[in-house]
Design a protein around this ligand. Structure first.
Ligand code: FES
Length: 176
């Protein structure tokens, strides 16, 4: 006897986040307007707008996500799909310095595992965690396009290449 499947929900449901949308200063709104004006299709501005909201709020928090959905006339789930795809977008608070160690082939062959392990030992956190003082978040990510200088990592927007554990120490110890 076949089982009848009932109550199949559409893939994308309206989502009530239970928050008010974020608000931004007139300067930030003007910056957002400038980006929206560049694109004939509004949703194409999703990434630049996400970076602005993330910059202003520290991460893509529920009020920020709701703001983006309203501003881009998209569903919350549309925003969420993009927010959770890219490693440079954050849906949880992250540390002041986001250390992203590349773990893809070239870096892997040239010692990325040692670099990650060194960061784990030095910072006392595992990938996906943030130090208790909120200073560092450690992540492992896929190829950052700097394979010729493997192994490498990215801290916020800066690349650090041809790494050794000693060089990682120098880079981390020099951060303000
Ligand atoms: S494999 Fe690490 S940057 Fe490409």
């Amino acid at each position: 006897m076949s089982t009848q499947i009932v109550n199949i929900q559409p893939l994308s449901q309206p989502v009530d986040l239970g928050v008010e949308p974020a608000t931004f200063s007139p300067d930030v709104e003007a910056e957002i307007d400038r980006h929206l004006a560049k694109y004939p299709v509004m949703r194409s501005a999703i990434l630049p707008l996400m970076f602005i909201v993330q910059r202003e709020r520290g991460y893509l928090d529920p009020p920020g996500v709701l703001y983006l959905a309203n501003r881009l006339k998209l569903r919350v789930t549309d925003i969420w799909e993009v927010a959770t795809f890219y490693s440079m977008l954050h849906t949880q608070p992250i540390g002041k310095y986001h250390i992203q160690v590349c773990r893809t082939l070239s870096c892997k062959i040239r010692g990325a595992g040692k670099i990650t392990e060194h960061c784990i030992q030095k910072l006392g956190i595992k990938p996906g965690e943030t130090t208790a003082d909120g200073r560092f978040t450690l992540s492992e990510v896929e190829c950052l396009g700097s394979c010729g200088t493997a192994p490498m990592l990215q801290i916020n927007f800066d690349y650090h290449e041809d790494l050794t554990p000693e060089k990682v120490d120098q880079v981390l110890d020099a951060l303000p």
